[in-house]
Design a protein around this ligand. Structure first.
Ligand code: NAD
Length: 694
């Protein structure tokens, strides 16, 4: 027998009375409609072949099945659906072995759980990431897994989306054998030995855990992601203990289907595709990359040290330098403390911590740092200091060395010009802390060479970052939008709202933290320095809120000084409202003759969002961002915008156009003179082209 499905994504051939069914749907063997249909045909053909006693399911190329084809999730899913394929496998007389290399995720893992046994390569990964996409497993995952491992552990896996290594899966009994090589051959041998036996998970009982274990696993999953679909995933796994399996599988599928069509799941799918699209830049295909093994970091302050950690974590060597030996020493201590804390908390073993730590080497001269493949400056935010440093680096570095700047706001074209290496200077704007924050803005000066940009994108990938490529412009994408948002919130402060009210309203909307709590956390002096720096060029007719300057003048720089918009008594986890701030704000309003008035949470959100959306339009119009979805992923991954709303522009595209335009008009009218803003109508028509959302 040698069958190949109509569109060639599933084929069958026989090896030692075993039907080897190969899924070939590059690049990730996603479980698309063609794959499901091909699999169903293959299972039936194999079943009908009289000599065949067992079957192996395997993936061609780099992976087993790394998930369902989620691009099909916006429409009704065409038959056969995955549960039908799995039902054919469980009902078959043949013993099925899933042979897993690469990834068996989501539907891929569920397909493997539908088989009678699972074998894997050592580097295979398994998991149920559905909860990260706003859904739950829908093809038996919540019922089959707790029949293989205890319910509490199944909750941990199904409700967090965590990926398991093959070693862990073997340990737990999820896979039956792990092979160093020759996966297919070994899987066929395994299948020959299994022939004649069926081990259908749904026929067995779920493995109980204690109430305490279940409660602990559920609470931990919800701490990680407190969303309704996570609660549903937990409830469904628990039903493995108290429902008959047929009804539970039906219920699982119904919940999956209703969540799949929810706006939250659509938002998360949008972000999933947005992240994959973000690194794509027209004209870069086939452009060669420059070597990238060692990275130099100049300026070992807050950012320099956390960037060094991010780079060492990715397996690259880092050389650090600071003009102040004391600062360099402090950075060393900070880096050592960071890794010790990870070991103490059990997040990293001693040996890995040691080798990462050893990849970071302090240098005593700038010339030493310059002998690397990429030198990134993270010194103070001062254009003259940075220009001078880049000129020095331009002299010292080898010809092919990339020069990069971590500036948050400054003109990278100017820095490019100052370097004497025009075309080789790129902005790499990391967020704090760089080893945790996923967003990386790659800032592209006009002269930037393609190989440098391509290498910067590869660097981002190595570091596991989500890059967006931006053009030069004050604050690039993220900080510029955030500044417009914060400014609008300051306007509302002056008009009658209090910091805690604004923060609460925006946190209820979904922001990870309100803008004033964020300000206190990062330090109010950062924005103050920025205001001072731009004071000379500021439009003097524009509305200017003095409240943050007053707080800084009073020594209230935020958490680090024990007080900012809030007060932070020793040991307080959260800032407390402070009557001193209330009166400082009231005084500022009175001085401007503003009669303070009450704000509703709804108005606060409406104006804050109008400010974000307006600035996003301006950024797109100026060509600073490549596409709207880049703005979504920037705000979600760098600024705590709620992922379940898909980013501000995905959110905007789903609002009533008339209401959004009215909110924009209101925001503009309330903001007073000098506000530069976008055009909501233009934005919405742009979004229609990019987001076919309805
Ligand atoms: P920082 O003040 O903590 O550290 C700056 C370090 O640079 C200091 O240790 C200083 O001694 C050193 N330095 C100054 N001039 C130097 C020179 N000419 N040569 C060598 N070393 C020099 O500052 P930071 O917060 O780490 O910020 C650094 C850069 O990163 C700035 O451009 C900032 O805008 C940007 N940034 C900061 C954040 C943040 O949240 N802190 C986030 C993103 C980007």
């Amino acid at each position: 027998m040698n069958i190949v499905s109509r569109d060639r994504c599933v084929s069958v051939r026989i090896d030692r009375q075993v039907a080897v069914i190969t899924i070939d749907n590059p690049p990730i063997n996603a479980g698309s409609h063609s794959v499901r249909a091909g699999l169903l045909d293959a299972v039936r053909e194999a079943q009908a072949a009289p000599d065949v006693v067992a079957a192996v399911l395997i993936g061609a190329g780099k992976t087993f099945m790394a998930g369902s084809d989620i691009s099909e999730f916006d429409k009704p899913i065409a038959s056969p659906e995955l549960p039908e394929v799995i039902a054919a496998i469980t009902a078959s007389r043949l013993s099925f072995v899933a042979a897993i290399h690469g990834s068996a995720l989501g539907g891929g893992f569920e397909l493997a759980l539908g088989c009678d046994a699972r074998v894997a390569t050592m580097d295979a990964k398994l998991g149920l990431p559905e909860v990260t996409l706003g859904i739950i497993p829908g093809a038996g995952g919540t019922q089959h897994l707790p029949r293989l491992i205890p319910v509490a552990q199944a909750i941990e896996i199904a409700a967090t989306g965590r990926r398991l290594s093959a070693a862990e899966a073997l340990d737990l009994g999820i896979v039956d054998a792990v092979f160093a090589d020759n996966l297919q051959d070994n899987a066929v041998t395994f299948a020959v030995n299994l022939a004649g036996r069926k081990r259908v998970l749904r026929d067995g009982d779920a493995i109980a855990s204690s109430d305490d274990e279940i409660a602990a696993a559920s609470a931990a999953a919800l701490r990680r992601r407190n969303r309704p679909n996570v609660e549903q995933a937990i409830a469904m796994v628990k039903h493995a203990l108290d429902m008959d399996v047929g009804s539970a599988l039906k219920m699982e599928r119904e919940i999956f289907q209703s969540l799949r069509t929810s706006s939250e799941a659509a938002a998360l799918r949008h972000l999933f595709f947005a992240e994959r699209q973000a690194p794509r830049v027209e004209g870069l295909k086939g452009v060669s990359r420059l070597p990238l093994h060692t990275v130099g970091v100049v300026g070992a302050g807050t950012m320099g040290s956390s960037i060094a950690i991010a780079i060492a974590d990715a397996g690259l060597s880092v050389v650090t330098f600071d003009q102040s030996p004391a600062a360099l020493q402090k950075a060393n201590d900070r880096i050592a403390a960071h890794y010790s804390a990870l070991v103490d908390k059990g997040h990293l073993d001693e040996a890995s911590a040691g080798s990462r730590r050893a990849r970071i080497r302090p240098a005593s001269t700038l010339a030493e740092v310059a002998q690397t493949d990429l030198v990134l400056e993270a010194i103070i935010e001062d254009i003259d200091a940075k220009a001078e440093l880049l000129a020095q680096l331009g002299e010292l570095a080898d010809e092919g060395t990339i020069l990069a700047t971590n500036t948050s706001y400054l003109d990278v074209d100017v820095l490019d010009g100052a370097s004497g290496r025009s075309g080789q200077v790129v902005g790499l704007h990391f967020f704090n802390p760089a080893y945790r924050m996923k967003l990386l803005e790659i800032v592209r000066p006009a002269a930037l060479s393609d190989p440098v940009l391509a290498t910067a994108l590869e660097f981002a990938k190595k570091l596991g970052k989500i890059p967006i490529v931006t053009r030069v412009g004050e604050g690039f994408v993220g900080n510029r939008i955030y500044a417009a948002y914060r400014r609008q919130c300051e306007f509302m402060l002056e008009e009658g709202a209090l910091p805690q009210q604004i923060d609460e309203a925006l946190e209820a909307f979904g922001m990870a933290m309100g803008p004033f709590a964020v300000g206190d956390m990062s330090g109010l002096d950062i924005a103050m320095h920025m205001r001072r720096r731009t004071a000379a060029t500021r439009d003097t007719s524009a509305r200017y809120v003095e409240i943050p300057d007053r707080l800084c003048e009073a020594g209230r720089l935020g958490r680090k000084t024990g007080a900012g918009y809030y007060r932070y008594p020793a040991g307080a986890r959260k800032g407390l409202p402070d009557p001193i701030v209330d009166s400082l704000i009231a005084k500022a309003s009175a001085e401007k003759g503003i009669e303070r008035r009450a704000f509703s949470a709804e108005e606060i959100v409406r104006r804050a969002m109008a400010a974000i959306v307006g600035e996003a339009d301006a950024i797109l119009e100026e060509g600073i961002a490549q596409r709207p979805s880049d703005i979504d992923i920037a705000l979600v991954n760098g600024f705590g915008f709620p992922a379940h709303l898909g980013g501000p522009l995905f959110w905007a595209a789903r609002q009533d156009a008339v209401a959004l335009a009215a909110a924009s008009q209101e925001m503009i009218a309330m903001s007073g003179p000098g506000l530069k803003h976008g055009d909501v109508g233009r934005l919405l028509s742009r979004l229609q082209q990019h987001y076919p959302l309805g």
